[in-house]
Design a protein around this ligand. Sequence first.
Ligand code: ADP
Length: 340
Amino acid sequence: MSSDFNEEKKEGFDAALSDSELRPSRWEDYIGQESIKNNLDILLRAATERGTHPEHILFYGPPGLGKTTLAHLIAKTSGRQMKITSGPAIEKVGDLASILTNLSPGDILFIDEIHRLNKTIEEVLYPAMESGMLDIIIGKGPSARTIQLELPPFTLLAATTRVAMISSPLRSRFSGGVYRLEFYSDEEIQKIVNRSAKILGMKTDGSAEREISKRARSTPRTANYFLKRARDYAQVHKKELNEEVVIEALKMLGIDNEGLSPSDRKILEVMAEKFNGGPVGLGTIAAALSEEEATIEEFNEPYLIQKGFIERTPRGRCLTQKAYEHLGIAVPKNLQDRLL
Ligand code: ADP
């Protein structure tokens, strides 16, 4: 049952598939997210004028919306070296200590998936972020002692897809701000696809970009992935890359006209068929699909909610009328009462 979910993650609907060739390296190419860009501009200019490193910043939002790209752009703008790691890669306090003590003054440290840091490590990070001190306990039992190391000044940039899992003490230490990335409009996605097509040397008539933007989950990474798959399809079938080819290529990937993937549709179907449209808890949906709750919450649900297929109510998730219509299933009579 869960093969669609795994397949989609592996295939790059959310995995970082050769992102680097299409990753913007100039602010002009970073489309959308205007409010975040304006805030970062002030923050970076102020830090430069004061001659200090930028303050710590947290980015959050669904995968593929441009968090890592922002970190790269900040490093480039501020002319600083960036070391990259991730929450799951930091297994022990010693791992974090070694990363922090190896930073040069003014470096940027980027921690992706910071919600996956364990609590003990998180507590070591607090004083490091706040006062540039690293407290390490050496030894065990009565002979244990704490040593304090002074760290070089640094900026922590962090990204997460699950901001609710970030404890409030950690969140409050991002003194440069906590920024939520928004889904992109179709026009913005179209601009991104246009640029990617140019970089990849692809000839299109404009209709391909339009069609991709309608179905790309409002997500740049997905749009770039679809563009590459449509290119492959056009190449193999010796066709021009246009709207028609995009529709055919995406059909092969199981993407429908609303941009829903097979795993999205399975969620909606299971909610309609097994739970009568809800309200139903996320854990229950995940169990019914033999899927991990986190995958559904991080990867599928934000887009389904944004598109208006699912609503979150205090009693659980509910299907909307639009979802029933999309699935071609009769809308239950008392649907509106449930959504209240
Ligand atoms: P995240 O870290 O949020 O998962 P990334 O920053 O890795 O997402 O973005 C994935 C890819 O999507 C990038 O390599 C880039 O090609 C594209 N991308 C993301 N945001 C933008 C943007 N605002 N403008 C242009 N391309 C973008």
